[in-house]
Design a protein around this ligand. Structure first.
Ligand SMILES: NC(=O)c1ccc[n+]([C@@H]2O[C@H](COP(=O)([O-])OP(=O)(O)OC[C@H]3O[C@@H](n4cnc5c(N)ncnc54)[C@H](OP(=O)(O)O)[C@@H]3O)[C@@H](O)[C@H]2O)c1
Length: 227
């Protein structure tokens, strides 16, 4: 079973078509209720990653169906402002979803993975977390933090045939990019050697590779067009 958080987001919505070709998928959303209904290989469920009780109930609801779990953390939040003016509430919101929610959901699923001696944990970072960009203090910090978190999960759980890796994404055609103004988008495009945004199929290919490769563990794989 694949659990995909952020299934209602720009990349999440598009990647579902590839993931259902690999396994059954539980796609989670928070505020954006998906238009399509659950279907043969796809189940939608609401999960607020800021709510620890919600995370526990989610795992309880599905535990009978959970076997050979691949957990893919696409859910994320960002709030942009210069660091000097950054609001505490924005900082807390970004960290709660991007780091704490990710950690809490992984922790809640680990007992099932350990018992089965199988698990694939895939975190989604960003080139913004590596190269940094002005105005992204909390988002950038959270995406850097995932690199450390993923490696701890990898080292602690490799003996149970559980891997934890990070995909470090560049700029893709859908999702967060749509919130940027035309001038900013043009500036970013100019920095990408191929002068094009990434296609979601590239991320799906990497996920398939990670599911099939137990010795790829604690890695960070760039999918960024060499920006
Ligand atoms: N798009 C890019 O070019 C790009 C580049 C680098 C990295 N990334 C990373 O790729 C991932 C997906 O990005 P995207 O562009 O598809 O983002 P997006 O369109 O903004 O989607 C964000 C997703 O996170 C979910 N979410 C937000 N708050 C949540 C909460 N409290 N609990 C549970 N879910 C919550 C949203 O659910 P609701 O809408 O239902 O609330 C939505 O499904 C993110 O981790 C992002 O950092 C994207």
């Amino acid at each position: 079973m694949i659990i995909l958080t952020g299934a209602s987001g720009g990349i999440g919505k598009e990647i579902l078509q590839y993931l259902t070709g690999i396994d059954q998928v539980i796609g989670t959303y928070n505020r954006t209720v998906p238009k399509n209904q659950s279907e043969d290989k796809l189940f939608y469920d609401k999960l607020n990653l800021k709510d620890l009780q919600d995370i526990k109930s989610f795992v309880k609801r599905w535990e009978d169906k959970l076997s050979r779990v691949t957990l893919i953390h696409f859910a994320a939040s960002s709030a942009d402002a210069l660091a000097a003016n950054y609001k505490d509430s924005d900082w807390d919101q970004v960290m709660e979803i991007n780091l704490k929610g990710n950690f809490a959901l992984t922790r809640a699923l680990l007992p099932i993975m350990i018992q089965e001696r199988f698990g694939r944990i895939i975190h989604i970072s960003s080139v913004v977390g590596i190269q940094s960009r002005p105005g992204t203090i909390a988002y950038s910090t959270s995406k850097t933090g995932l690199l450390g978190m993923s490696r701890v999960f990898a080292k602690e759980n490799a003996r149970f045939n559980i891997t934890s890796n990070v995909l470090v994404l560049g700029y893709f055609e859908v999702g967060l990019i749509e919130t940027l103004g035309d001038e900013v988008k043009k500036g970013i495009l100019n920095q990408i050697p191929s002068k094009s945004f990434g296609k979601v199929s590239n991320i799906a290919n990497a996920i398939k590779f990670l599911i099939e490769s137990p010795y790829v563990n604690g890695a960070a794989i760039n999918i960024d067009g060499a920006i």
